[in-house]
Design a protein. Structure first.
Length: 179
């Protein structure tokens, strides 16, 4: 069975998006470098005002951020492998029509869940948390936020955000924090 060009293009672009997302999560943003043609400020004195206490606090925050980046990378790798499996079904000429439809449906579902999790993570960051990771299972959603502590009202707000965007009952949402 042959697939039409539009389906192949869409699946290729979705796979590329997943791979690039994982790459950018691993590499992080690139710092701009000084251009060769730009004059440097030779008479300018640079002073580092950080204390060791501030450095240790930054180390703790970086360790917490590493935890969240690692979790997101692990989730993206798992999704990428699942998408690759479904892509193999789509590109296999021996796949039946039912298998093709099921694989396409699964890919669409993975992309929808990935987008919803990303939106939720951004909304949670907008609530004042340094970082967050949302992990959705079959009928359960886990939310982990980077915070020194969580108040009851913050937990309720997070659960209501998840309920609103993922359409799961509050009893199926768990919220945790990590410094």
């Amino acid at each position: 069975m042959t697939m039409n060009k539009q389906t192949v293009w869409l699946v290729t672009m979705l796979t590329l998006m997943v791979v690039l997302s994982a790459y950018y999560i691993v590499t992080g943003p690139v710092e701009p470098v000084e251009q060769a043609g730009q004059p440097s400020k030779e008479n300018e004195v640079q002073v580092d005002l950080k204390t060791e206490e501030a450095d240790s606090k930054d180390d703790i925050q970086n360790a917490g951020s590493d935890y969240f980046v690692g979790y997101q990378l692990q989730r993206n790798n798992l999704r990428s492998k699942m998408t690759e499996e479904y892509m193999n079904i789509l590109t296999n000429p021996k796949s039946s029509k039912e298998e093709l439809e099921e694989a396409q449906r699964k890919i669409d579902q993975l992309m929808k869940v990935d987008k919803t999790e990303s939106v939720l993570e951004e909304l949670i960051r907008n609530e004042g948390f340094r970082d967050a990771v949302v992990i959705s299972g079959d009928k359960h959603v886990d939310v982990i936020v980077q915070s020194e502590k969580l108040t009851h009202s913050q937990v309720v707000k997070l659960i209501s955000l998840v309920k609103k965007h993922m359409d799961v009952p509050a009893t199926q949402v768990s919220v945790a924090y990590r410094p």
